[in-house]
Design a protein around this ligand. Structure first.
Ligand code: GLN
Length: 545
C-alpha cells in the first residue's frame, strides 16, 4: 500500500453547501505546506459523464486536458491548486456501472452474481485509489457528491467505510460538511440538523473526524462545544465556515479556523511549518483593491444560472486582479437582445464576450452583439460558439453572404461557413462525439493574438465542440479583413480569428476559461480586460475633452 493519505469529504443536511470550495481550500492549504495534493469528485448520478447534461442541471461542464467532460468542481480544483486534473479526478455512478457491466460481459467475474456489494463498491475503491497509487500524490481529497442519506450515495459511503477500515487509522479521515442554520424568529443558530446528519453517517458505520459547519453567523464557543460533544468529535475539529464575500477568501478563513492543522493532526503528520500563501494573498490583495473598473457584457442563453459560465466568470476575476481592475459583469440573455434594445443594452459596455453554447436558441441576439462590438470598436472575445457567431456575422454583413450560417443551425444553408468535418458526418451518438480536450495551435507571426500570448509560437488549449470553421471560406474572409491567426498544424483547422482594424476583436474555437488559474491568469482574459480598460479610459478622456 502506498503512503498516500486519503481525506474524504461528505455533505449533510442540504446540497449546495460548497463542498467543492472547502475541498479545494483544504487542498490549497496542504499544497502550501509542501504536500503534493489532488482532489477527486465522485458524482452519484447515472450519466456516464456530465457532457450530455443541460447547464441548467449542474452548471457548466468542465473539460480537462485529456478531454474528460467533468463536474465544474474540477474547475475550482485547478483554479485553486494550479494542478491539472484528468478523467481520474471525476467518477460518476454511470461510469462505475459501465465498467462493472463491461467486465461482467467479458466474463471477468467468473460466473459470480454481480452485486452492489462487493462489485460496485470495489470498483469505487479502485477508482479512489487510482490517483493515490500513481505515486504522484501525498494527499488525495475525495469529495462525495450529494448528501448523506440519499439512496444514490449509499454505495459510495459503504466504499468509504471499507477503505477507512483497510487504510487504518491516520491514513484516512472523514470531513463532514453540514449546515448550522439561523432561525431568525428564535434569534438562534441550530445544531440539530448537524446532529442528525452525523447520526445518519454513523448508521452507515462512518464516524466523522472533522465537522465543517456552514453558517451565516459566527458560531459561539459554547455552541461549538455542544456540537463537539453531541457529534462525538474533538472541540478543535469543529470548524466554522462562515459566508465569505469571495470564494478565494475561503482558504484563509479555513486556515484561521485551523482546518489544515487538525487534518495534519488526525493524519499523524507533523505540523511544524506554516502554509506559504504569499502568492495567494497577493492575488487577494489585488482583487480586493482595484484601481479601476470595467463593465463586461456576457452574452449567453444560460445567464439565469451563474454556474453555467463559472469558468468564464472566474477567469475574469483572475484577469481583473492581474490588471488591478474590478470587472463588473452584466449578464445579457441573447434571446432578449432585439434590434430595438440593442444599443440600450450594449452601449455602456467596455467589452463584450459572446459565450459558448449549443443549438439555435438565442443565436440572432449573439450575432447582433458581435456586429455591435465590431462596428463600435468595443473589445470583443468570442468563445467557441461565440467565435462561430463572429465568423457568421462577418460573412453575412461584410462579405454579403446573407445566408451564411453554421450547419448546426441550418443544415441546408447555401454558405456553411461553420460546418462539420467530413469524418464527423455519419456520427449520430451525441455522447462523446466532440472534439474534446487539449489541442495544439500555432499562432501567426505579427498577429494580435501572438502578442496577447506574450509572443509564444505554439499554445495548447482545450476544446469542446462539434462544428468547425469551414476552410473553403478562409481566403475570402481573410481578404475581407477577418484573419485566421491560429491554426492546428496537423488538421489545418482554424482555431483563432481576429480583426486587424479593431481595438481588440478575437474569436477562439477553444475554451481559454478552462485553463485560467489564480497562479496563472489566462493571457486572453488578461489582454481582453486590459483592452476594455484602455477603451474605457480613451472614451472617458474623449468625452471630457
Ligand atoms: N455548438 C457549437 C459546436 O458544437 C459550439 C460549442 C461550444 O460553444 N462549446 O461546435
Amino acid at each position: 500500500m502506498s503512503d498516500t493519505k486519503y481525506i474524504f469529504v461528505t455533505g449533510g443536511v442540504t446540497s449546495s453547501l460548497g463542498k467543492g470550495i472547502i475541498a479545494a481550500s483544504l487542498a490549497k492549504l496542504l499544497q502550501a505546506r509542501g504536500y503534493k495534493t489532488t482532489i477527486q469528485k465522485l458524482d452519484p448520478y447515472i450519466n456516464v459523464d456530465p457532457g450530455t447534461l443541460n447547464p441548467y442541471e449542474h452548471g457548466e461542464c468542465y473539460v480537462t486536458d485529456d478531454g474528460a467532460e467533468t463536474d465544474l468542481d474540477l474547475g475550482h480544483y485547478e483554479r485553486f491548486l494550479n494542478v491539472r486534473t484528468s478523467q481520474a479526478n471525476n467518477v460518476t455512478t454511470g461510469r462505475i456501472y459501465q465498467s462493472v457491466i463491461e467486465k461482467e460481459r467479458r466474463g471477468e467475474f467468473l460466473g459470480k452474481t454481480v452485486q452492489v456489494v462487493p462489485h460496485i463498491t470495489n470498483e469505487i475503491k479502485y477508482r479512489v485509489q487510482l490517483l493515490g497509487n500513481s505515486g504522484e500524490y501525498d494527499m488525495v481529497i475525495t469529495e462525495i457528491g450529494g448528501t448523506v442519506g440519499d439512496i444514490e450515495s449509499l454505495p459510495y459511503i459503504e466504499a468509504v467505510r471499507q477503505l477507512l477500515w483497510e487504510l487504518g487509522e491516520s491514513n484516512g479521515i472523514v470531513i463532514h460538511l453540514t449546515l448550522v442554520p439561523y432561525l431568525s424568529a428564535a434569534g438562534e443558530l441550530k445544531t440539530k440538523p448537524t446532529q442528525h446528519s452525523v447520526k445518519t453517517l454513523m448508521e452507515s458505520g462512518i464516524k466523522a473526524d472533522i465537522l465543517v459547519c456552514r453558517t451565516e453567523h459566527e458560531i459561539p464557543d459554547e455552541l461549538k462545544e455542544k456540537l463537539a460533544l453531541f457529534c462525538n468529535v474533538k472541540r478543535e475539529a469543529v470548524i466554522q465556515s462562515i459566508d465569505a464575500s469571495t470564494i478565494y477568501d475561503v482558504p484563509i478563513l479555513m486556515q484561521e479556523e485551523g482546518l489544515d492543522t487538525v487534518v495534519l493532526q488526525k493524519l499523524g503528520l507533523p505540523n511544524n511549518t506554516e502554509p506559504d500563501l504569499t502568492q495567494w494573498n497577493e492575488f487577494l490583495n489585488r482583487h480586493k483593491n482595484p484601481k479601476h473598473e470595467v463593465t463586461i457584457g456576457l452574452i449567453g442563453k444560460y445567464v439565469e444560472l451563474q454556474d453555467s459560465y463559472k469558468s468564464i466568470l472566474e477567469s475574469l476575476i483572475h484577469a481583473g486582479a492581474a490588471n488591478e481592475v474590478r470587472v463588473n459583469i452584466r449578464s445579457i440573455h441573447s434571446e432578449h437582445l432585439s434590434e430595438k434594445n440593442l444599443v440600450k443594452k450594449l452601449n455602456l459596455l467596455d467589452g463584450v464576450i459572446v459565450a459558448p453554447g449549443f443549438g439555435k436558441r438565442g443565436i440572432i441576439g449573439k450575432i447582433r452583439a458581435v456586429q455591435y462590438a465590431r462596428e463600435n470598436g468595443i473589445p470583443f472575445l468570442g468563445i467557441c460558439l461565440g467565435m462561430q457567431m463572429a465568423v457568421i456575422e462577418y460573412a453575412r454583413n461584410v462579405l454579403g453572404l446573407k445566408d451564411a450560417n453554421s450547419t448546426e443551425m441550418d443544415a441546408s444553408t447555401s454558405d456553411p461557413v461553420i460546418s462539420l468535418m467530413e469524418e464527423q458526418k455519419n456520427v449520430i451518438n451525441k455522447g462523446g462525439t466532440m472534439r474534446l480536450g487539449a489541442w495544439d495551435c500555432e499562432l501567426a507571426e505579427n498577429s494580435i493574438v501572438r502578442k496577447v500570448y506574450n509572443d509564444v509560437r505554439s499554445i495548447s488549449e482545450r476544446h469542446r465542440h462539434r462544428y468547425e470553421f469551414n476552410d473553403a471560406y478562409k481566403a475570402p474572409l481573410e481578404e475581407a479583413g477577418l484573419k485566421a491567426s491560429g491554426i492546428n498544424k496537423e488538421t489545418g483547422l482554424v482555431e483563432i480569428i481576429e480583426l486587424e482594424d479593431h481595438p481588440w476583436f478575437i474569436g477562439v474555437q477553444y475554451h481559454p476559461e478552462y485553463k485560467s488559474t489564480v497562479a496563472n491568469p489566462h493571457p486572453l482574459f488578461v489582454g481582453f480586460v486590459k483592452a476594455a480598460l484602455v477603451q474605457k479610459l480613451k472614451r472617458t478622456s474623449a468625452s471630457l475633452a
